[in-house]
Ligand binder design. Structure first.
Ligand code: RTP
Ligand code: MG
Length: 136
């Protein structure tokens, strides 16, 4: 079933010059870009996006990280896009993520792990409205 998912190429991806590499993996997989924007977010937007995590101990440094510079926000579409993107991203902790995944190949951090992908259809709907409220 075709789905849409909200993906972030977090500020570490931009800083490290890996936007092309990471975006290329999603495109090569066959997912379609239906929205894409390069932007720097403020703390309020970070809090909205990470609403489920705002009370966690790890959230303050995560908020500092995601607001630390420009990122690339995009909506990808394709068959089972939500699960497919999460599989391509790999496990949260780059040190433990499997080789062949974006995080497994390119990240050595549990926080600076390059990418975000929505974790369910409900999350995807919620997140797409936050980042791309005008997307039809
Ligand atoms: P994401 O939401 O970014 O796709 O990542 P995820 O589902 O694999 O991980 P999640 O549990 O939703 O965590 C969101 C982001 O918070 C940072 N994080 N830091 N213990 C820590 O220091 C810690 N745990 C998570 C990561 O950037 C993670 O992607
Ligand atoms: Mg998550």
């Amino acid at each position: 079933m075709s789905q849409r998912t909200l993906v972030l190429l977090k500020p570490d991806t931009v800083r490290r010059g890996l936007v092309g590499e990471v975006l290329g993996r999603f495109e090569a997989k066959g997912l379609s870009i239906v929205a894409l924007d390069f932007r720097t977010i403020d703390a309020d937007t970070a809090d909205q996006h990470y609403a489920e995590h705002v009370e966690r101990d790890f959230y303050p440094p995560l908020r500092d990280f995601v607001t630390s510079g420009p990122l690339v926000a995009l909506v990808l579409e394709g068959d089972e896009a939500i699960e497919v993107v999460r599989a391509l991203n790999g496990a949260t902790d780059g040190r433990k993520a499997a080789p062949g995944t974006i995080r497994g190949d390119l990240s050595l951090s549990n926080r600076e792990n390059l990418v975000h992908g929505s974790d369910s259809p409900e999350s995807a709907d919620r997140e797409i409205k936050i980042w791309f409220p005008d997307l039809p």
